[in-house]
Design a binder for this molecule. Structure first.
Ligand code: ZN
Length: 371
């Protein structure tokens, strides 16, 4: 009833009931104006037809999203958002949501030029790559670009590591994948033997994660291993027998027993790339660095005299495959960007720069405070 007026956060010793879902002092501070209006925070688990399911300090809540469903598809409330929801009323309305620290978006499959928001406030993007087949480095770079662009920290997990019993062979594969993922940890994991799972769960324990990768990459097995139960199988069974509609309300945002939250939305299972311009640069830092040594500022690294990138390929310092992959991703990105209305793009970019700057500052403030 009036429990919402009791501020649990006032007692530093008692953890906030939403802390396992990622609520922290920075969110709390940002939420203050909404708390003053009598609203309570809730993390969005799932959005569906004008309504959303949220977890609040008082338990799960189903709320109306009319106020947070603007025309701009990137501003629509989504899984992972922290919403400000009313404490009562029929329906209960979500009045606003806090500025996102990170956001995963994808291009819509239709001919509409807008992106679609898939998940918000994700800290770790776990890119699953199966060792059952030769790792596709170009595809890994593509997922990395998407991850960097979202603002989340990527991590490459080589699944089914038990299929490569030779430790030297495994080390080579890790090294190979590492060349496509500069600055990104590459962790071999086996759900069968359990190798690497402790490292993975330690990484994801402190925040919100998503699992990316093509089907067959071992995402479900990985999720089950992290969650310590056969969630995917349970889900499939319930979907088949048509029972337990309430199970669908929690499946998109799962608490991990070792700490942290896993977001698993249908949209994330087939992500493409959307305006990942910044992300592409971060996937190929050595090319961007080399390019600074090119004679011409706008060098396309094709046949220009004094091109440092071509020189690096010539002397073997840069694998040609990397340059080709870089070009391919840039081309793809430019196509998508060209489709997007220029005005909308400027607006989004402005908004994103502000949000990511705020997010970074908030994160730094948080780190400074907590460590
Ligand atoms: Zn060049």
């Amino acid at each position: 009833m009036s429990s919402s007026s009791v501020s649990t956060s006032a007692h530093a010793s008692a953890p906030h009931p939403l802390a396992p879902y990622g609520w922290d002092a920075v969110w709390e501070a940002e939420f203050a104006p909404y708390a003053d209006r009598g609203l309570v925070p809730g993390r969005v688990v799932r959005v569906d037809r004008g309504q959303c399911d949220m977890v609040t300090a008082d338990g799960p809540v189903r709320a109306d999203t009319s106020f947070v469903t603007p025309h701009d598809p990137l501003r629509v409330i989504c899984t992972g958002d922290w919403g400000a929801v009313e404490t009562d009323g029929t329906p209960r309305y979500v009045r606003a949501y806090l500025p996102r620290r990170t956001a995963f978006v994808r291009s819509t499959s239709s001919n509409r030029s807008e992106g679609q928001i898939l998940a918000a406030n994700v800290d770790h993007a776990v890119i699953a790559v199966s060792l059952a087949v030769e790792p596709d480095l170009g595809r890994i770079e593509r997922f990395l670009a998407l991850a960097w662009e979202s603002g989340a920290q990527p991590l490459v997990v080589l699944t089914k590591a038990d299929l490569v019993p030779d430790p030297v062979g495994l080390a080579h594969l890790v090294q190979d994948v590492g060349t496509a993922a500069p600055g990104v940890p590459v962790v071999p994991v086996s759900a069968v033997g359990g190798e690497g799972l402790d490292v993975l769960s330690a990484v994801v324990a402190g925040g919100t994660s998503v699992l990316l990768g093509i089907s067959g990459a071992g995402k479900s097995t990985l999720a089950n291993a992290l969650l310590g139960e056969d969630v995917m199988a349970v889900r499939a069974t319930r979907e088949v027998d048509g029972k337990g509609r309430h199970t669908t309300t929690t499946r998109n945002l799962l608490l991990m027993p070792g700490g942290g939250v896993l977001i698993d939305t249908p949209g994330l299972r087939g992500v493409g790339m959307w305006d990942a311009g910044t992300g592409v640069g971060q996937v190929f830092p050595e090319i961007e660095e080399l390019a600074e040594g090119c004679r011409f500022h706008d060098c396309a690294h094709r046949a220009e005299p004094g091109c440092a990138v071509l020189a690096a390929i010539e002397d073997g310092a840069l694998p040609e495959r990397r340059l080709e992959s870089y070009r391919k991703l840039l081309r793809e990105n430019q196509r998508i960007v060209a489709k997007t209305d220029a005005r909308l793009r400027t607006e989004i970019l402005k908004d994103w720069k502000r949000i990511s700057a705020e997010g970074r500052a908030a994160l730094q403030a948080k780190r400074g405070r907590l460590r």
